[in-house]
Design a protein around this ligand. Structure first.
Ligand code: SF4
Length: 678
């Protein structure tokens, strides 16, 4: 057992600062999360990065804002700047559910206790610091600052808010992953450049005064988007901004964005290029203790840490570009992958942890299977503006080889102290379907699928088709549901071949833009027809800086500016959910009446057969499944659907509605099929 000293962590109190022999601090960080010294926790990464640049850094986790605010003064004033983050999640997501109810637990606080993180924490902390230390620069970063860097819709206050630089009064905002901009900031500050002159750092945003001479960079083009005030006046104007913001966020050579906010101008500099392998290795190889600070020892476990303490993050970024997701807006579309050596070094560290029993809970990333994937011809990617590399089709320039990932899994499993490694991150099942991933080697895809199913899951493989309606999926930037059917066929084949008895668990989203009641009825019927019984529903949450959120607020798709509807009222949302729970007694009459009213007896027959015998009539069910194999459900239903709907309704469906559902019970595994036959 390794004995740790408190000085192995970044200091959090004056006593710990003194233990290091420091008289002064260069940077003091304030965070909405408890301090967990682990590479998956942003505040710790930033602290360790700054420390690696030779700075004296301390961290004040979860400062109290309900007393005399002494937490903000206890360490004094830093030599260079204060760094502020709301934590690893947007504080409003940490504090509230999708239905805006206050959460009972905060996963980033010991014992899951709530009440240690204020709403809009970044702005709250930053304003306190600016009030107490007006001459010391405040730099904000993390997911809250990053995704609120420009005029955005805030679901919780149901308002359009200006850039968080305005509400926080901070001096500078770093968006995305902070390592690269921080290095440049620190280098310049160490050379004596005043903080107020730092206007051309990539991946940062600052305010410039109206009429101020804006520094030029010969490599940057500029673009001005609609002002905050214009967005407040017109929702379509707000929606039109998003296309520019998203495209520039995902470009390798992006333009500098300007936006007028009152009498000031927000200036968002282009992002840094994707981190190289050496750079990202450097970040993960920092001397993390990989443990929560000992001050929490008596306060109970930190749920978010417990979840990831035996997991390894192997890459950053996601090229999926899903409409409801913020990952690419924060981490970027291009993948930064760690070297095998760096990953294995971390496996060594995990294997040395006191309570490690030989089981890694995840070898993953934002999406499990994007490791080492990139454009085949970089010069094509250099000019690309596509928000996704795999929607609507997989780009022919994308190298989707799963070989490096399969080899990495196998290398990890050879480690003498690893009994089993799991893949807990979401797998893009669509990329494993050769009919969708046309340029990939099907043998390689099968090899990966087999490797995962055989060695890296326990009982269940969770994947996220997200919906069954193709128009909704198109708006989500997800492929047609037919590819889920194809993946399921492959899954079932491997399951039988290897005698694995695994379950496939699909996840869906509800209440997404463009999803109407009948889409949900279709979803319920189609998944029932496949043998799934949905048990949990997750509604769409409009978080800042996604296509779906822009549609939710404005009613317009930001790329086409066509009106697009979203279920918004509690009644609409509840009704969408009811279809999922077709098997509950209290929903049956409502479903029957609703589907009869809209002439969807075809769906009614599937969801609530006359004799109500879905479970009892096993032979009939088997016969129906045989028919399904020949004529996919979605095609049959679409035919009926078309016949029963006017073209106007269809047009309205060609947009955006999203509904997410978790399924936890299944009846379609080979084992269960056998049981049903008996
Ligand atoms: S060219 Fe293809 S692989 Fe490269 S960034 Fe664009 S979509 Fe992605």
């Amino acid at each position: 057992m390794r004995i740790r000293r408190v000085s192995d962590w970044l200091p959090t109190t004056n006593k710990e600062v003194k233990l290091r022999g420091w008289e002064e601090l260069d940077v003091i960080l304030f965070s909405g999360d408890a301090y967990v010294d682990h590479p998956s926790f942003g505040p710790a990464v930033i602290g360790r990065i700054l420390e690696s640049y030779g700075l004296r850094v301390a961290i004040v986790p979860q400062p109290s804002v309900n007393d005399n605010l002494q937490d903000f003064e206890k360490l004094g004033k830093p030599r260079l700047f204060f760094g502020v983050t709301g934590g690893c999640m947007d504080p409003m997501v940490s504090n509230y559910t999708a239905s805006k109810r206050r959460r009972d637990k905060d996963a980033y606080t010991p014992n899951g206790d709530k009440g240690f993180r204020p709403d809009y924490a970044t702005s709250v902390y930053s304003k306190i610091l600016k009030d107490k230390f007006p001459d010391t620069p405040v730099l904000i970063g993390g997911i809250e600052a990053s995704l609120r860097r420009v005029t955005h819709y805030d679901y919780w206050s149901d308002k359009l808010l200006p850039t968080i630089l305005e509400t926080s009064k901070a001096d500078m905002l770093v968006y995305g992953m902070g390592e690269q901009p921080l290095r440049e900031i620190v280098e310049l500050l160490q050379k004596g450049v005043p903080f107020s002159s730092l206007k051309t750092i990539k991946q940062t945003a600052v305010f410039v005064e109206e009429g101020e001479n804006v520094p030029k960079n010969k490599n940057w083009q500029d673009i001005e988007i609609n002002s905050h005030e214009a967005c407040l006046k017109d929702k379509k104007t707000f929606a039109s901004n998003f296309k520019v913001i998203e495209q520039e966020s995902n470009k390798l050579y992006a333009r500098r964005i300007f936006q007028k906010v009152g009498d000031k101008k927000l200036m968002i500099n282009p992002p840094y290029p994707t981190m190289t392998e050496k750079e990202i290795d450097g970040s993960f190889d920092l001397p993390f203790t990989r443990l929560p600070h000992p001050k929490y020892n008596k306060r109970g476990p930190i749920p978010a840490f417990e979840m990831i303490k035996f997991s390894i993050n192997i890459h950053r970024g996601c090229f999926g570009g899903c409409s409801f997701c913020t990952i690419s807006a924060h981490q970027g579309k291009f993948i930064a992958s760690r070297s095998k050596e760096s990953v294995l070094k971390e496996v060594d560290q995990v294997a040395e942890m006191d309570d490690f029993k030989g089981y890694l809970s995840d070898i993953g990333g934002p999406s499990a299977n994007m490791y080492k994937m990139q454009g085949k011809i970089q010069s094509i990617c250099d000019k690309c503006v596509a928000p996704s590399c795999i929607s609507p089709v997989i780009c022919s320039n994308l190298d989707t080889s799963h070989k490096p990932l399969t080899e990495l899994y196998q290398a990890v499993d050879k480690h003498p102290k690893i009994k089993k490694s799991f893949i807990g991150s979401g797998i893009r099942h669509d990329m494993l379907v050769p009919e969708f991933n046309k340029n990939a080697d099907p043998k390689e895809l099968d090899a990966y699928t087999e490797e995962v199913m055989t060695n890296h899951i326990s009982g269940r493989l969770k994947v996220a088709p997200e919906h069954t309606s193709d128009p909704v999926l198109k708006l989500m930037r997800k492929p047609s549901f037919k590819y889920f059917h194809m993946f399921k066929d492959r899954f079932d084949r491997i399951n039988i071949k290897k005698r694995l008895k695994l379950q496939l668990i699909p996840y869906f989203i509800s209440n997404h833009p463009a999803c109407e009641k009948e889409d949900m009825a279709n979803l319920a019927a189609e998944t029932k027809d496949m043998g799934f019984q949905l048990e949990q529903v997750q509604g769409f949450t409009p978080t800042p800086m996604t296509v779906a959120t822009v549609i939710y607020y404005s009613g317009y798709h930001p790329y086409t500016l066509k009106p697009t509807k979203t279920p918004k009222t509690a009644k609409e949302k509840e009704e969408q959910h009811r279809f999922f729970f077709w098997y509950k007694k209290e929903n049956k009459d409502w479903i029957r009446n609703t589907l009869n009213k809209v002439g969807r007896q075809d769906l009614l027959k599937v969801l609530l057969p006359e004799n109500n015998s879905w479970k009892k009539n096993k032979n009939a069910s088997e016969a129906k499944n045989t028919f399904d194999d020949a004529v996919p459900f979605n095609q049959r239903k679409n035919k009926n659907y078309r016949a029963s709907k006017s073209s106007t309704k269809e047009d309205r469906n060609n947009g955006n509605s999203k509904t997410e559902t978790k399924e936890t019970k299944k009846y379609s595994t080979p084992k269960n099929k056998r049981r049903r036959r008996r």
